[in-house]
Design a binder for this molecule. Structure first.
Ligand code: NAD
Length: 367
C-alpha cells in the first residue's frame, strides 16, 4: 500500500504551503475578521456553487466573502449561513460595481457554461482574480478572449479543475509521466450518468455548448493529457444513438472518441447521459494502472499491476480552493497546469472531437 505524503503532493502538481511562504496560522472558519484568507465571491449559487461553498467552510486560506445571484431568496439564505455583509451581495445587473469593493479578492464563476465568458471578463475588468468552472467556455475563441481579458486586467485566471489536487490523480500523473510502468500505450477514460430532466440547462445547447462531452468528456480529455504529459495530435469520434428523443433534441446523448498522442499512446473515451460509467485505465509497456470510480468526488478505488493504490479521500473543493488561494495570497503566478490556458487546451480538443463526430468519424489532426 502506497502512502500519500505531503511531499508527493507537492512534487506532482500541487502548489505547496511550504513554497508559498505565508506567515500566518490557518483557521478553519468563515470569520470575516480573519483578514489573512482570500475573500472569494461565488457567482452562481446552484448545485456546484453550493458544494464549493461547503468545501470552503473548512478551508484554511479562503472564505466565502461575497455572492452574485439573481435569486433574492438564495441571497438571504447565504447571507445568514456565511455571515456575508450586504455590501458583498450582488446580482447580475450590479455585479460590475464589485470593482470598488476591496473586501472581494476573487470571483469564482459557477454559472452555466455559456455564461462563463461574460462573467469572467466582467470580473477581470473589475480587477478581481477569477476561478472559472469547467468547461472553461463553449468555444476555444471564447477561452482566448477570457485569457486576454485577464492578462489585460493584470489578474490571474484559474481553472476549477478539482482533480489536479486529488492524491489518486497526482499518482496517475506520476505513474504516466515518469513512465513507472514504461510508456503508456492505451488509455480508457469514460464518464457518464443518466440525465432525465428536459428542463436542465445542460441539455440546451445555447447554455451548455454541447452535451456530455462538454460536461463530462472534458475530464476524460484532461486525464489522458496529464497522464501522458502530451497533447493529442489526432482524433476520431462518433455520436452514439439517441435513445431519448424527448430530451436530446439539441445536444448529443452520448459520444465516443479516440485520441492519438504525440508519443504513440491512444485514449478511448465515452461520455454519456444514458448510463453510469466512471473509469480510467492505462496499459503501459510493463504494467497497468487504473481507477474506478475515477473522476467523481470519490472515494476513488485504484490499483496498479503491482498492487492496490491507497490514498486519503480529500474534500476536493476545499483543497482546490485552498491551493489556488495560497498562490494568490502570496502574489505568485499560478502553475501552468491550472491556468486558463489549460482550459483552452481542453476546449481545442473538445472542438476537434465534435468536428470529427459531425464528419461521421473522420480521423482529423488536432492543431
Ligand atoms: P446549476 O444548474 O445547479 O446552477 C447554475 C446556477 O446558475 C444557478 O444558481 C442558476 O440560478 C444560475 N443561473 C444564472 N443564469 C442562469 C440561466 N440563464 N440558466 C440557468 N441557470 C442560471 O449548475 P451547476 O451544476 O452548479 O453547474 C454550474 C457550473 O459548474 C457548470 O459550468 C458546470 O460544468 C460546473 N460544475 C463543475 C463541477 C465540478 O466537479 N468541477 C460539478 C458540477 C458542475
Amino acid at each position: 500500500m502506497k502512502k500519500f505524503t505531503r511531499r508527493s503532493f507537492l512534487e506532482f502538481g500541487s502548489f505547496g504551503i511550504a513554497g508559498a511562504g505565508l506567515a500566518f496560522t490557518p483557521k478553519a472558519n468563515n470569520n470575516a475578521s480573519d483578514t489573512k484568507k482570500l475573500n472569494i465571491a461565488i457567482c452562481g449559487l446552484g448545485r456546484y456553487g453550493t458544494y464549493l461553498a461547503e468545501g470552503m467552510e473548512t478551508a484554511e486560506y479562503c472564505r466565502v466573502a461575497g455572492i452574485i445571484t439573481g435569486t433574492p431568496s438564495k441571497a438571504a439564505t447565504w447571507k445568514k449561513k456565511y455571515n456575508i455583509p450586504d455590501k458583498n451581495i450582488y446580482n447580475y445587473q450590479n455585479f460590475d460595481s464589485i470593482a470598488t469593493n476591496k473586501d472581494i479578492d476573487l470571483v469564482y464563476v459557477v454559472l452555466p457554461n455559456a455564461m462563463h465568458k461574460e462573467y469572467v471578463i466582467r470580473a477581470a475588468k473589475a480587477g478581481k482574480h477569477v476561478i472559472v468552472e469547467k468547461p472553461m467556455a463553449i468555444t476555444a475563441a471564447d477561452c482566448r478572449e477570457m485569457i486576454d481579458a485577464c492578462k489585460k486586467a493584470g489578474v490571474q485566471l484559474a481553472m476549477g479543475y478539482r482533480l489536479h489536487y486529488e492524491p489518486y490523480h497526482i499518482e496517475l500523473r506520476r505513474l504516466g509521466q515518469q513512465k513507472i510502468f514504461g510508456n503508456v500505450k492505451i488509455m480508457e477514460a469514460s464518464l457518464g450518468y443518466i440525465s432525465s430532466n428536459p428542463d436542465e440547462w445542460r441539455v440546451h445547447k445555447a447554455l451548455s455548448g454541447g452535451g456530455p462531452l462538454m460536461n463530462l468528456g472534458v475530464y476524460c480529455v484532461q486525464v489522458a493529457r496529464y497522464v501522458t504529459g502530451e497533447e493529442p495530435v489526432s482524433v476520431s469520434a462518433q455520436f452514439g444513438p439517441v435513445t431519448n428523443k424527448e430530451i436530446f433534441k439539441e445536444v448529443e446523448e452520448s459520444i465516443t472518441w479516440q485520441l492519438g498522442f504525440s508519443g504513440g499512446a491512444v485514449c478511448n473515451s465515452t461520455s454519456t447521459y444514458n448510463c453510469g460509467i466512471d473509469r480510467f485505465y492505462a496499459g503501459a509497456e510493463k504494467g497497468s494502472f487504473e481507477l474506478s470510480p475515477a473522476i467523481s468526488y470519490g472515494p476513488f478505488i485504484g490499483k496498479t499491476s503491482a498492487g492496490p493504490l491507497s490514498f486519503p479521500t480529500i474534500n476536493q473543493q476545499q483543497v482546490q480552493c485552498d491551493e489556488i488561494s495560497i498562490k494568490i495570497l502570496a502574489g505568485e503566478p499560478l502553475p501552468e497546469h491550472i491556468k486558463g490556458e489549460e482550459g483552452l487546451k481542453d476546449m481545442i480538443v473538445l472542438e476537434a472531437i465534435y468536428k470529427s463526430a459531425e464528419s461521421g468519424g473522420k480521423k482529423l489532426s488536432i492543431n
